[in-house]
Design a binder for this molecule. Structure first.
Ligand code: SF4
Length: 491
């Protein structure tokens, strides 16, 4: 039985999680789905870019499970005078670690952990601590340690400051005395049966556990896990015996929408506030409904972009004509050129006749448009014209309507099938935003990108998904108007 840095950090999160990882390495829950694979791929690209910051570095380029050969090759690289070693591998205390970059320093070695995140997180320190413990346990003097993370301040085309390097050895030194005991405890635990661990916040932090489906029950519709805007507090409420939303004490302060949720559950029916009619009066026609799909590369590729900036690469717009009929407009980038000038030009055209432009979660659309105008001053006027007319459709539901079928969520995916029966996403090959972003990124930057029939099918699936979002808001507003007309009054 051998530990590794990823096993060690998994064990810190939950003993049960570590036990399954070690004893069921082929568990289906551990196979990366497309989203996790995309995160890994992004991590690999960041890792490769980080290595370029260490001139003359030597990569220990051997299979992941060739432990002995990797350790031997690392020693050879150190003895050979390499200024830096990537994936430098060591074993001590029955624990294997591969260090992202081990950099030669005058007084010893600097251990560098590369992260795709934009800041140092608490869990990174544990990650570095186990590496320092093993590297020092192998007789190598570690005189400093850093987390090298992506720097949000970096602005394309200047990528010289793509990474920030943060010294963490003082904090890590404080953790180090506890590491040997934790390693021993984990190894002992792994020698026994599956441990019993109560579910809790650790199932979600620092990383969502892949085994939630094994440990978590099916949450009933009225469970506090489904309370709107509850976040981590649901675990605290459940631990204090409050498992049912409708039994939460009246004096407990809740978000107004969560308060409406509690009333709806107690009444066992939908609540429509009379305030909805007033809110809908803001929607002066003709209307346009817009939606963007974006890509957010960790390493920016377009002028003025920072790491992870969302850049719109697709839009859908349902625009109302003077006679009230709806016309659909759509555009999707097809190459690696900056999509913003073309997208904004076409979007401004599509919205030209609209007096109100609706988007579900409009602050997101407004934010990416404002950022585009900063990068392209020529786009300022068309962007400002859209921003002057944009209205968020999300509060129209959240602040005035609750149906027990929402299950505590006001996302379009949650409310649409309830308020507009028959109009959901189940019939679409691409049915959620993260998948759309991932596919657009693959289409634009894939190596190789999809071609021919596959590309055409992908573009069609992306068009249908984005179109469904705007058509959904069109139908949603129609439904809200009907509901407002029939609202009986406050309950
Ligand atoms: S779901 Fe929670 S209790 Fe179960 S293995 Fe994961 S972290 Fe542990």
């Amino acid at each position: 039985m051998r530990l590794s840095k990823s096993r060690f950090t998994a064990g810190l999160q939950c003993a049960r999680l570590l036990w399954w990882r070690v004893h069921e390495p082929d568990a289906p829950e551990l196979a990366p789905d497309e989203t996790r694979q995309a995160v890994f791929d992004q991590g690999h690209r960041v890792g490769a870019a980080a290595r370029a910051r260490f001139p003359g570095g030597v990569l220990i380029d051997l299979p992941h499970d060739a432990f002995e050969q990797r350790v031997t090759a690392t020693r050879a690289a150190m003895d050979g005078g390499a200024p830096a070693i990537f994936e430098a591998s060591f074993v001590a205390d029955d624990t294997f670690v591969a260090v992202d970059a081990l950099e030669r320093r005058p007084g010893g070695w600097r251990l560098v952990e590369v992260k795709s995140s934009t800041r140092v997180k608490t869990q990174h320190l544990q990650d570095v601590a186990v590496q320092v413990h093993v590297v020092r346990g192998s007789g190598v003097p570690v005189e400093s340690a850093e987390v090298m993370h992506v720097n949000r301040a970096c602005t394309y085309p200047d990528l010289s400051d793509l990474f920030a390097r943060v010294p963490v050895l003082p904090e890590v030194e404080r953790i180090l005395p506890g590491v040997p005991g934790r390693l021993r405890a984990q190894l002992a635990m792994l020698g026994g049966d599956l441990p019993t661990v109560a579910i809790g916040l650790h199932c979600e932090e620092p990383y969502p556990c892949p085994f939630q489906g094994r440990c978590w029950p099916e949450w009933p519709a009225d469970h506090v896990r489904r309370l709107y805007f509850v976040g981590k507090r649901s675990w605290e409420l459940a631990a204090n015996g409050y498992t049912s939303i409708d039994r939460l004490p009246d004096g407990m302060t809740l978000h107004p929408a969560a308060e409406r949720q509690r009333r709806a559950l107690r009444l066992g029916r939908r609540i429509v506030e009379p305030t909805l009619a007033v809110a809908l009066e803001r929607l002066v026609g003709p209307l346009a409904v817009i939606d963007f799909e974006t890509v957010s590369p960790a390493i920016p590729v377009w002028d003025g972009c920072h790491p992870y900036d969302p850049v719109p690469a697709q839009f859908s717009c349902h625009a109302q004509e003077a006679d009230g009929a709806w016309t659909h407009h759509h555009w999707l980038a097809n190459d690696t050129a900056d999509p913003r000038p073309e997208l904004i030009r076409r979007l401004a055209d599509a919205c030209r006749g609209a007096r109100t432009i609706l988007a579900y979660y409009a602050p997101f659309e407004a934010g990416v448009l404002a950022q585009a105008a900063l990068a392209f001053p020529k786009l300022h006027d068309p962007v400002q014209s859209i921003l002057d007319r944009i209205v968020d459709a999300h509060p129209l539901v959240r602040d005035h309507v609750y149906d027990p079928g929402f299950n505590g969520s006001f996302s379009l995916k949650a409310v649409l099938p309830v308020l507009v029966p028959g109009l959901g996403y189940d019939d679409l090959p691409i049915a959620e935003g993260q998948a759309a972003s991932r596919h657009i990124e693959r289409m634009l930057f894939g190596d190789p990108p999809p071609h021919g029939a596959e590309r055409r099918a992908l573009r069609d699936a992306l068009r249908r998904y984005c179109e469904r979002d705007t058509l959904g808001v069109v139908r949603l507003v129609e439904t809200l108007r009907t509901l407002a007309a029939g609202a009986a009054g406050p309950v």
